[in-house]
Design a protein around this ligand. Structure first.
Ligand SMILES: O=CC(=O)O
Length: 315
């Protein structure tokens, strides 16, 4: 497979880059200072048969159009929102992603964010480091165990979060397109009703046109001044301007965020808030999971080019 051209869209995991280099003829899009078209002209765009993208740069219509020999997009991510799926379908381009292997890490981080916000873990850590403990006790935080948790999207990650939250004695309810026959949790067909009924609302669904800004002013107000919003999905699930004003005005109790609308930009106003915990989109960023995701990308590419079934096909 050494002669097969594979284009990586941006720097990702070093191990993935090495594996791609070992097995394929690897092109790195970020090595070009000019436009994609220029880059592809000088690097014979027509030799590239696969694209490996991620949550930052996937495969948009422009990239797909400039690769006449493209056969497969193997994403180093579970999320597909940076891939023009319609174009891929239209052109018969296969698409694969990395589900399952990252579920535990993302669910773990969701729980970490809840504890971070409710127990003030980051704020109290800073309190110790800057020597304030010597002057006074930190003060009281909020209990997590036993709270009511609402989950937006009960897919693989949402279900893994539910399982963890159950172990904390939380009651679980969820909103999704349809009721899940396997789930023993309370189903809401209306997200406002879910937000009204829970104390912690967690966004764990895929980003699509229907779920863009699914967390709007109405949902935030339904969650209320004691409610906590956790987002480990995508920044665009939340109307960030509304989120910021709700937090500043005390209409929302707190937030734990791993994702933002314009990454890596984070609204300045959030930086000074003690009831907010911020992470730089690291849900699946552990050594173990990143290696497993990389192995899955390679396995999908090898399967495709050996005319075998993809391990985790999307299209
Ligand atoms: O956000 C992470 C992913 O989609 O894998």
């Amino acid at each position: 497979m050494k002669s097969i051209g594979v284009l990586m869209t941006c720097p990702m995991h070093k191990y993935l880059e090495q594996q791609l280099e070992n097995h394929f003829n690897l092109f790195k899009l970020w090595h070009c200072n000019s436009s994609i078209t220029e880059f592809l002209k000088t690097h014979q765009g027509n030799t590239i048969r696969a694209v490996v993208g991620n949550t930052e740069i996937g495969a948009d219509a422009e990239l797909i159009a400039s690769l006449p020999s493209l056969e497969i997009v193997a994403s180093y991510s579970v999320g597909l929102d940076k891939i023009d799926l319609r174009k891929c379908e239209e052109k018969g381009i296969r698409v694969a992603n990395t589900p399952d292997v990252l579920t535990d890490d993302v669910a773990d981080l969701a729980i970490g964010l809840i504890l971070g916000v409710l127990r003030g873990i980051c704020a109290s850590d800073a309190y110790v480091r800057i020597g304030k403990w010597k002057d006074a006790d930190f003060g009281l935080a909020t209990k997590f165990s036993g709270k009511s948790v609402g989950i937006v999207g009960l897919g693989r990650i949402g279900s893994a979060i539910a399982k963890r939250a159950e172990a904390f004695g939380c009651s679980i309810s969820y909103f999704s397109r349809s009721q899940k026959p396997f789930a023993n949790y309370k189903f809401y067909s209306n997200i406002i009703d879910l937000a009204t009924s829970c104390q912690i609302l967690i966004v764990a669904c895929a980003l699509t046109e229907e779920t863009r800004h699914i967390i709007n002013r109405e949902v935030i107000d339904a969650l209320g001044p004691k409610g906590i919003l956790i987002n480990i999905g995508r920044g665009a699930h939340v109307d960030e301007t509304e989120l910021v004003s709700a937090l500043l005005e005390g209409r929302l109790g707190g937030a734990g965020l791993d994702v933002y609308e314009n990454e890596p930009e984070v609204p300045e106003e959030l930086l000074g808030l003690g009831n907010v915990v911020l992470q730089p989109h690291v849900g699946s960023d552990t050594v173990e999971t990143s290696d497993a995701m990389a192995d899955l990308v390679i396995a999908n590419l090898k399967a495709h080019f050996s005319k075998k079934s993809l391990l985790t096909p999307v299209i």
